[in-house]
Write a protein that binds this ligand. Structure first.
Ligand SMILES: [Zn+2]
Length: 192
């Protein structure tokens, strides 16, 4: 099997993944201790949005991951495992630094893109999942988990938290998405 390695498409500009982007919680790098579990350091931002809200690609890129990681329920309908729900990861090429970075969108109810799809800035990629459903991953709050990643990508889903015990990622691989997007669009700034 021949693997063709091509650089990802250049991403000239970025937008926010949702119309009227308004960050409800500034929780990037917050410690996620809730419901009796230490989740670790939060690697993205959670944007509270109603189910069915449309989510858009932040920039031109290539879809490298699109999959449902469903919440699990017992036969009695009780939630037994929280999860990502629907998740999409898009690869982008930073024309200034010449490096690849990734945008990640979690808890999607519907996904309109599949791995290998080429997307443009502002293209509809999915919608927000319904509270406590398989596709929102079993979370009560309807929200988008949105993250920017710069580390190596091996075709597997990326973590939402940096787990101290598992050492599943490195903090330096992640950026605050709001700051990153604003700086990316400034012509003189060299983004990593
Ligand atoms: Zn989150």
């Amino acid at each position: 099997m021949t693997q063709i390695i091509m650089p990802y498409r250049t991403t000239p500009k970025l937008i926010f993944p949702v119309e009227n982007f308004k960050k409800i919680q500034d929780d990037f790098r917050d410690l996620g201790f809730f419901q009796g579990k230490d989740w670790g350091v939060h690697l993205g931002i959670d944007i509270k949005l109603q189910a069915e809200t449309k989510i858009f690609s932040i920039g031109r890129g290539t879809v490298v991951y699109s999959k449902l990681h469903p919440a699990e329920f017992s036969d009695q309908g009780e939630l037994t495992k929280k999860n990502w729900g629907g998740v999409v990861i898009i690869a982008h090429h930073n024309y200034k630094s010449k490096k690849t970075f990734y945008s990640l969108y979690g808890h999607l109810g519907k996904r309109y893109v599949k791995t290998g799809d080429l997307v443009e800035m502002g293209e509809l990629i999915g919608t927000i999942g319904k509270s406590l459903s398989e596709s929102n991953g079993g979370w009560k709050s309807e929200h988008l988990h949105f993250a920017i990643y710069h580390g190596p990508f091996h075709g597997k889903v990326l973590p939402g938290y940096l787990s101290k015990e598992e050492e599943n990622t490195k903090m330096e691989y992640w950026s605050d998405p709001e700051t990153f997007i604003e700086q990316y669009n400034q012509p003189k700034n060299q983004n990593e």
